[in-house]
Design a protein around this ligand. Structure first.
Ligand code: HEM
Length: 471
């Protein structure tokens, strides 16, 4: 029989460890890292005993492990996103879906969406107040939500308006329910699960209308949106994606993609206001049409403020070797993105915000891991990188962001993501000469309702993928 060997860890009760992890999660994980090294075992509610890893060799080994040996957790977002969601499927089914949906998210392909992102950024920024502090998180969420609804769902007109209203409430409720037990009895339509079910019915009805309209569209093959590509794609046996797969995956892409990207952008605002030297250089670079420092800055924001602080795998084989340990079937292994990104050996002076570290050297795939890794690496990484680049470029070009000597904003947990506690406060003024563009964007409401990717201004200039992987 295989001998199971687990890394060391605190011996206090699950309740005590859970309470510490809940009240001071980042402080707690730093403390455990200091005490036990990069690998340790914790015992917490919901997950039970979980091994936490942050050594690059272990992380690389786990990311490269075959999905038959270790794959997604049994309890995850798939419970609220549907049985066909990326998060709910494993092994062969997961591989087939990745094969079908990777091409629309490839670096070269996502450039087609730059114009949509720029339109949404210009339109949103035109409403920002001048000379007074305001949190950028909610406006960034509107930009990324609209961008995904248009570029991924291909939504326009009534459907776009309805989804914009429905999705924020639906996603908020869903992320709370993701880790709660599903009740055995029906608690009625006003219970959280009852409300989630009602939201889902409304969502399905809208998606059905989008699918029906796309099927009637004689120019479907000319469309760039991901829904149109899904409808035309075929599995190896020639069969198409069915309606339930499309509905679950669209919701998955949206849920995984909009808050993560918006939160990173809010952190970018928070970081840049506290680093006026970098901000100054970025403005000069954007004015000259460059992008190198901006790309390095986004990489550094994601290193120093990873909005998703961990990802995880669960052992599916009878046992799994990881480093010098042998873990049992069912064992959860958490990869601490936060600890890796703060490892002095990988990123000297990790507490410093220093985009130049990535101007000198591209990040290593298994050390800079805000998008996870292996066969489950974030499918939207290139999309998110393009989006952050275009939004930041638009901000630097159209607005002046006032530096601040305020203290760093603290990390605040929103459940799945970590955001700046004050929402990434900004103080802006409009740059002279950009007022005409800004005013016309503010008065034309069609940017968010047309549903097509107009190519205007310099939005069509290509952006090199900054996600550290795909070109
Ligand atoms: C800055 C923005 C983003 C961050 C930080 C982020 C982060 C992550 C992370 C850490 C994972 C787990 C990877 C793993 O376990 O190895 C993930 C998975 C995923 N992400 Fe993202 N993500 C972002 C944007 C997006 C966008 C824009 C989309 C889609 C439009 C997206 C769609 C997905 C999907 C579908 C998965 C599941 C992939 C699978 O299980 O095969 N994400 N993301």
């Amino acid at each position: 029989m295989t001998e199971i060997t687990m890394p060391d860890g605190p011996s206090s009760s699950r309740f005590v460890q859970g309470a510490t992890a809940l009240t001071a999660p980042l402080w707690n994980i730093r403390r455990l890292r200091r005490r036990y090294g990069p690998t340790f075992t914790v015992d917490v509610p919901v997950f039970g005993k979980a091994v936490v890893i942050s050594d690059p060799a272990d992380v690389k080994q786990l990311f490269m492990t075959s999905p038959e040996i270790a794959d997604n957790l049994d309890v995850n977002l798939g419970r609220v996103l549907g049985p066909n969601s990326f998060f709910a499927i494993n092994g062969d089914r997961h591989k087939k879906q990745r094969k079908l949906l990777t091409p629309p998210f490839h670096g070269r392909r996502v450039r087609a969406y730059e114009a949509i992102v720029e339109q949404e950024a210009v339109r949103e920024m035109a409403t920002w107040p001048q000379g007074q502090a305001f949190p950028t998180l909610a406006p960034m969420m509107r930009i990324t939500l609209n961008a995904i609804l248009r570029a991924v769902f291909g939504a326009g007109g009534t459907e776009l308006a309805e989804l914009r209203q429905l999705i924020p409430a639906m996603v908020k409720l869903g992320s709370r329910l993701a880790v709660l037990p599903i009740p055995r009895t029906d608690l009625g339509r006003w219970s959280p699960w009852g409300r989630a079910f009602a939201y889902r019915l409304r969502y399905d009805a809208i998606v059905d209308r989008l699918i029906a309209a796309a099927r009637r569209d004689p120019r479907l093959d000319e469309r760039d949106d991901v829904l149109a590509l899904m409808l035309q794609s075929r599995y190896d046996d020639g069969s198409p994606m069915n309606r339930d797969e499309i509905a679950d995956q669209l919701l998955t892409l949206l849920t995984a993609g909009h808050e993560t990207t918006a939160t990173t952008l809010a952190w970018a605002v928070e970081r840049l206001r506290r680093h006026p030297d970098v901000l100054h250089r970025l403005v000069a670079e954007a004015d000259a049409g460059g992008s190198e420092l901006r790309e390095a800055t986004i990489l550094e924001v994601q290193r120093s403020r990873p909005v998703v602080d961990r990802t995880a795998r669960q052992v599916h084989a009878p046992s799994m070797e990881l480093g010098r340990w042998t873990l049992p079937k069912g064992q959860i292994v958490m990869i601490s993105i936060y600890l890796m990104h703060n490892d002095e050996r990988l990123f000297p002076n990790p507490g410093a915000f220093d985009p130049d570290r990535f101007a000198r050297q591209r990040p290593d795939t298994y050390e800079w891991i805000p998008f996870g890794g292996g066969v489950r690496r974030c499918i939207g990484a290139a999309f998110a990188s393009m989006e952050m680049n275009v939004v930041l470029r638009t901000l630097l070009r159209d607005l002046t962001l006032a530096p601040t000597s305020d203290r760093d904003e603290r990390w605040h947990s929103r459940g799945i993501t970590w955001c700046p506690a004050k929402g990434g406060l900004a103080v802006i003024s409009r740059r002279p000469g950009r007022a005409d563009l800004v005013a016309s964007a503010a008065t034309s409401g069609d940017a968010a309702t047309s549903g097509d990717a107009a190519t205007s201004g310099d939005a069509a200039t290509t952006t090199r993928s900054t996600d550290g992987q795909e070109a």
